[in-house]
Design a protein around this ligand. Sequence first.
Ligand code: SF4
Length: 360
Amino acid sequence: MYSFSGLSTTLPDKYGCWHKFYCRYVLKLPSSPGLPLIFGKACHSVIETAIKAKDAEIIPMLVDVAAGSNDLDDEKETLNKCVCANAVHAAIEDGGEVEEYFQFPLDDSPFAPSLRGFIDLNQKNGKAMIITDWKTNRSTYHPTDTYQLGLYAAAMKKKHGLPVIGRLAFLRFNQVIEHEYTETEINEALEWARDTAYECEARKQRVEMGQDPSEVFPKSPGNCVWCDYKNFCLAPKTEIPEAILTHEDAKKVAHGIMLTKEKIKLHEDRLKKYITTQGSVETPQIKAEVNTSEYFRFDLKARRAVVEKMQRQKLDIGSILKIGSDAQKDLINKHGWKEKDFLDLGATIGKTARLSISKI
Ligand code: SF4
């Protein structure tokens, strides 16, 4: 099953390269989404909720929540500007199908790859289907510059049999660029998707048959700055020094720890998947197995009931319940408490030294 973004990952110098496809879809490496992706998702979630609620007045509240939960406080003004674009207000007014899912095979053969996707907004005006994709890009382009809306138009044409108008709503520019898709343009998009999907399948098979992945899925450095896998892909393959004698050694160790953690996570995920289906593995030195453990989960109602029971039994609630970092954050962020409030109530400040290595 392929999506437009998956297929376009293979396009060198535009969205990625074959190696990016390999990292994402073959190795299934965890990615670290950058600011553009996080910002785009936050915009989409605000717009989607406001259209579904048919209420533009909830936008400021949604922006607050989206900015807070995505660490986008510095981008809040831009986020607000984007989600208040004219096209968004028109969509809230006019309504339509939000995040409509589609899926169809790319040809009639029994093992044909399928294409799937979500259409941000789908509207019908009686004579045509109008599909809109919200864009937070820093530059505009025409819908026919990529095959994205051509493929979405193919899905809508199949479903409704009506002409399709594709709209790219560039939120940062408060500008909509639209295009009515011809049969030829839809077929050209489908042909590209089909050929690319078959090429992906063929390359995956070549690796399964033992060919060197670096030859089958070559790296094409060029447009790496926005690539989710740049830390993995472009990292120098340095050994972790045995001792830290200089600042350079320390940098190499910090980098090595980060890469090793990422690799361990990847290998753990793969081993867990294998053991779950094939059973535990054992050598004279180790045994690896997947153990299931159970734990209690308390929703709000259950938490309240626990506190009430403790009160009925006159238990010392303070000595049983811990005020952990999550509770402290909630009190500060949601209820306006200050650190001074904790100190005034008798909390003391403890100190712990923890090694923290994060991606910049
Ligand atoms: S960092 Fe560059 S070369 Fe590596 S996968 Fe990403 S786009 Fe390709």
